[in-house]
Design a protein around this ligand. Structure first.
Ligand code: SAM
Ligand code: SF4
Length: 467
């Protein structure tokens, strides 16, 4: 097996990646102007895929630059989960009419690439590389073909075997290392493009995951976030056959790891063993992101979510029974075709029942290659907007009350941000709450500190360091 390297940013500044002094990765711009610009849209999985794409390019002698003008290779890692996200890419590509000729190599990666395929070449003839997220393991070969002078290259296979493991991953976040343990999705939610754009589920062998975690710990990372569209559907393909909960415990046991997060969990595969693991192992963060999508069993059935409102709330009750308080966040879609006023009320009452610590609410967006795309009884955009505002208002009030109840408590905070104002810092608790706080101390980035909460808002806690 080839050795893989995780390139850390310069110390914990979070500012300048610089060029890491590792074998095969030059510090200076490569001859011939092998420079790349990479812009990422969408979820954390895309962010992490971009880290791997950057690693592949650095390994080939490219240098990353901050502007399109300075780049020879311009890549967009795209998201197509909602229509607006997909449209953004075409508006970016439209701008390239001003770069005629062969000088710049424009590439579209990710979900829009997978979804639109060759059509991207038709609509934007200056694009030379189209590579879907399900075939990233072919990316090094595709780039080699471009370098050899091929005019257009395309990778759109649904790669069922390989997960996207790279020799070098250039990590952008100096505080939290992302690590994909399962690619693709085998669920078939009727509104969702992911099974089409990312292909079927493929889990990474537990030994390979643990080896990478050890390397990350050696490189100085103390917080790991395990990623997957349905991360808890993880199925260890090796003979060890670790369950997801067992893998969590094993990752948390790696020396130097202080926090382990995971996202996104699917309610169907969320079992008591995960809660028991969190209860037993302090390094496992006390936060679960468990998207519900709707509070109405009727709509959940139409969405093919595989659980009812009651079954979902039983999972929440199970989480609330843990000995350690576990914060829970969720995703909700409003305006799914045929959603009635009663369905909206059910989503609102589910917010009351679940008492989430955070919710991402979205207006339903019909997507190609999904079964919901042509469902009757579409809801107008205006009405979707009203429903979204109702969900957000109700949730804001819940968060206001929940955060207020935390005044006076003390949290361990991993500091990942510094305000321009001296003495002001921010970071996250294990429960993923944002804490903005003051401290007389300097150089707190990357430190774990205790913070007592003095006041709150719906989206954050405000306090001071306990010294
Ligand atoms: N795999 C995760 C799950 O099952 O909950 C979510 C993945 S998806 C990238 C993130 C969120 O986008 C979903 O939870 C859903 O709320 C939202 N989403 C997905 N498809 C959507 C659509 N067609 N319209 C609006 N929101 C959508
Ligand atoms: Fe999409 Fe459903 Fe799979 Fe999540 S579980 S990625 S929402 S199909």
């Amino acid at each position: 097996m080839t050795e893989r390297v995780d390139v850390q940013l310069d110390a914990l500044t979070g500012l300048n990646a610089g060029q890491p002094a590792i074998k095969g990765v030059p510090r200076e711009p490569a001859p011939g102007g092998n420079t790349f610009y990479l812009e990422t849209f969408g979820c954390q999985m895309n962010v992490h895929d971009s880290e791997k794409v950057a690693g592949v390019l650095l390994g080939r002698g490219y240098q990353q630059v901050d502007t399109i003008d300075a780049a020879r290779l311009v890549l967009y890692n795209t998201c197509s989960i909602r229509e607006k996200a997909a449209q953004k890419i075409y508006s970016r590509l439209g701008a390239y009419a001003k770069y005629p000729g062969e000088e710049k190599i424009i590439g579209v990666l990710g979900c829009v690439a997978q979804q639109e395929g060759e059509e991207i070449f038709e609509r934007s003839p200056w694009v030379r590389l189209v590579c879907g997220s399900a075939s990233y393991s072919k990316l090094p070969d595709l780039i080699a073909e471009l370098e050899a002078g091929n005019r257009r290259v395309m990778g759109l296979d649904k790669d069922t075997e390989a997960t996207f493991e790279t020799e070098i991953t250039r990590r952008d976040n100096p505080f939290r290392a992302y690590l994909t343990i399962i690619e693709g999705c085998d669920k078939a939610c009727s509104y969702c493009v992911v099974p089409f754009t990312r292909g079927p589920e493929r889990s990474r062998a537990s030994a390979s995951v643990l080896e990478e975690v050890r390397r990350l710990a050696d490189a100085g990372y103390s917080e790991i976030q395990l990623l997957g569209q349905t991360v808890n559907s993880y199925l260890d393909p090796s003979s060890k056959r670790l369950s997801f909960a067992e893998l969590l415990v094993a990752v948390a046991a790696v020396q130097g790891i202080r926090r382990v997060r995971f996202t996104t969990s699917h309610p169907r595969d969320f079992g008591r063993d995960i809660v028991e693991a969190i209860d037993a192992v302090p390094e496992l963060c006390d936060h679960v992101h468990l998207p519900v999508q709707s509070g109405s069993t009727r709509i959940l059935r139409e969405m093919l979510r595989t659980y009812t409102r009651e079954e979902y709330l039983e999972k929440i009750a199970m989480i609330r029974e843990a000995r350690r308080p576990i914060s829970v966040t969720s995703d909700i879609i409003v305006g799914f075709p045929g959603e009635t006023e009663e369905d909206v009320e059910e989503s609102l009452s589910l917010l009351d029942a679940a008492q989430y610590d955070g919710v991402f609410a979205f207006q339903y967006s019909p997507r190609p290659n999904t079964t919901a795309q042509h469902m009757p009884d579409a809801i107008s955009e205006e009405e979707k907007g009203r429903r979204l505002a109702r969900v957000n208002d109700r949730q804001r009030e819940i968060q206001r009350m929940r955060n207020e109840a935390l005044i006076g408590e003390t949290f361990e905070v991993f500091v990942d941000g510094a305000s321009r104002r001296p003495g002001q810092w921010s970071g996250r608790s294990s429960s993923n709450r944002i804490l903005n706080f003051t401290s007389p101390r300097e150089n707190l980035l990357g430190e774990y500190v205790s913070v007592r909460v003095a006041s709150s808002s719906p989206n954050c806690l405000i306090g001071e360091q306990v010294i």
